[in-house]
Design a protein around this ligand. Structure first.
Ligand code: ZN
Length: 419
C-alpha cells in the first residue's frame, strides 16, 4: 500500500471516529438533561417543548450517523475502490477531447452521487421534519425544486468548470492563479446575483407590507446608516415552518429578508432587535472578513491542487490509474474535506465570535430584552436543544448555545465586560 493511501485511510478512520464520538456525546448530554427545562428558561419554555427539542435533536443526530456511514462507504468506493477510475476510463475511451471528457466525468459523478443521497434528503424532509410538524413541502414543490436546482447547476457549473479545466490544461505553470481569479469573480457575481435572480426562482419575495413595522425598520436602518433595497418577506412557510432572518447581497443589491414564519411569531420589538443583530453583522464587517478569509483559503487550495496535479502518487494512491486534470480536480474535491474537518472548529469559533459581536451591536442599537425573548422563541419554535454538549458545540455550532448567548447579553446590559 502506498504512503498516501495509508495517510488518507487513517484520516478517514479518525474523522469517522471523532464524528461518532461527538454525536454520541451530544445524545448523552441531551438525554441527561431530558427531565428538566434548564433553570434560566424554566418560565419561558414548557417541559413539552423541551422534550420535543430533545427528541428532534436526537432524531437528526441518528440520521447524521447513518448518513456518515453511507457517505464514507461511497468515498472509499469512488477512490481506492476504483469508481472514479471506471467512469474516467469509460469517458476517455470515447475520445471527446480534454474539456468535454473532463466535464462529462465530473458531471457523471455528481449525478450518481446526488441520486445516492436522495433517499436521505427524502427521509429528512418527509419523515423527520414531518414527524415534528415542520414539513410544509408537497411532493410537487420538492420535485420542482430538484429540477430547478439541477438546471441551475448545469447552467452555471458548465461554463465555470470549462474555464477552470481549460486554464488547468492550457495556462502553464501559473494556471492556479488565473483559476483563483476566475473562481473569486464567479463567487462575487453569485453573491451579487443571488438575491435578485436566483433566490426568486425558488421563493416569492415581497416588500414588507405592515406600515408601522416598516416605519420602525426604516428608522433603524437610517439610524445605522444602512443603504439597501429594503426589507423583504419570503414565503418560507411554503416548505417548512422553521423561521429565520438573513442578510444577503452586497453593494446596492443588499437586502434584509425575513421568513413569513418568523414575522408571525415575533412582536415588533423582537423583529426590530433581530434586524439590529443582522445589521451588526454588516456594520462589524463580518461579510467582508468572511469573503477575505475564503479568498485566502481558496488561493491556498488552488496552489495545493496545482502541486497535487503534477504528483503521480496523488492519482495512484487514490485508485486512479491515469493522471488527468479532471481526475486531479475530482479527487481534490472529494478528499480534501476529510482533512479540513479537523480545522472546522476554528471556523465555528470565528462564527460564534461574530455572533457575539452582532449581539453587542443589537444591544447598543435596539432593545436587548426583546432580542432575548426573540431568541427564546426561535429556540422553541425551531426545536433547538437548550442543552448541547460543550465539546460538540465547540466543534460544530456556528451560533453560541442559548444559555451562553443570553448570559452574554445580560452581562453587557449590566455594564460588564463586552468581550
Ligand atoms: Zn447572527
Amino acid at each position: 500500500m502506498q504512503l498516501f493511501t495509508v495517510i488518507f485511510l487513517s484520516f478517514v478512520a479518525a474523522s469517522v471516529l471523532v464524528r461518532l464520538w461527538l454525536s454520541q456525546r451530544q445524545v448523552n448530554h441531551i438525554r441527561a438533561h431530558y427531565a428538566q427545562v434548564p433553570a434560566a428558561f424554566a418560565d419561558k419554555i414548557t417541559l413539552e417543548d423541551h422534550h420535543r427539542a430533545a427528541d428532534y435533536s436526537c432524531a437528526n443526530l441518528r440520521q447524521g450517523r447513518i448518513t456518515l456511514a453511507w457517505e464514507t462507504l461511497w468515498l472509499l468506493l469512488w477512490t481506492i475502490g476504483g469508481g472514479i477510475n471506471l467512469i474516467d476510463q469509460w469517458w476517455s475511451g470515447l475520445e471527446y477531447g480534454v474539456l468535454v471528457t473532463g466535464i462529462a466525468v465530473i458531471f457523471s459523478l455528481l449525478l450518481i452521487s446526488s441520486i445516492l443521497d436522495l433517499p436521505f434528503s427524502l427521509y429528512h424532509t418527509f419523515v423527520i421534519e414531518e414527524r415534528f410538524g415542520f414539513n410544509q413541502t408537497t411532493w410537487k414543490t420538492w420535485l420542482l425544486d430538484l429540477v430547478k436546482l439541477a438546471l441551475l447547476v448545469i447552467a452555471l457549473g458548465t461554463p465555470l468548470l470549462a474555464v477552470i479545466l481549460w486554464l488547468m490544461d492550457q495556462a502553464g505553470a501559473n494556471w492556479w492563479l488565473y483559476a483563483w481569479l476566475v473562481w473569486m469573480s464567479f463567487s462575487l457575481i453569485m453573491i451579487w446575483a443571488y438575491p435578485a435572480f436566483i433566490a426568486p426562482l425558488f421563493n416569492k419575495f415581497s416588500p414588507l407590507q405592515d406600515a408601522t413595522l416598516r416605519t420602525r425598520i426604516e428608522n433603524l436602518l437610517r439610524r445605522c446608516d444602512f443603504q439597501s433595497q429594503g426589507v423583504f418577506v419570503v414565503d418560507g412557510s411554503r416548505r417548512s415552518s422553521h423561521g429565520n432572518a438573513y442578510f444577503t447581497g452586497f453593494g446596492r443589491n443588499k437586502r434584509i429578508v425575513f421568513f413569513d414564519t418568523l414575522l408571525e411569531s415575533l412582536s415588533e420589538d423582537e423583529v426590530e432587535a433581530i434586524l439590529a443583530h443582522e445589521l451588526g453583522h454588516f456594520k462589524r464587517n463580518h461579510i467582508k472578513k468572511s469573503l477575505l478569509l475564503s479568498g485566502v483559503i481558496s488561493l491556498a487550495g488552488f496552489a495545493l491542487l496545482a502541486w497535487l496535479m503534477s504528483s503521480p502518487w496523488f492519482y495512484s494512491s487514490l485508485g486512479v490509474a491515469t493522471p488527468s486534470i479532471h481526475g486531479a480536480l475530482l479527487l481534490f474535491m472529494m478528499v480534501m474535506p476529510v482533512f479540513t474537518y479537523f480545522v472546522s472548529p476554528l471556523f465555528s469559533a470565528l462564527s460564534r465570535k461574530h455572533e457575539f459581536e452582532a449581539d453587542e451591536f443589537a444591544h447598543s442599537n435596539s432593545n436587548y430584552k426583546a432580542l432575548i425573548s426573540a431568541l427564546v422563541s426561535l429556540y422553541r419554535d425551531n426545536a433547538s436543544t437548550l442543552t448541547p454538549d460543550p465539546i460538540h458545540s465547540m466543534f460544530y455550532d456556528s451560533h453560541p448555545p442559548a444559555t451562553i448567548r443570553i448570559d452574554h447579553l445580560e452581562t453587557i446590559a449590566a455594564g460588564g465586560s463586552s468581550g
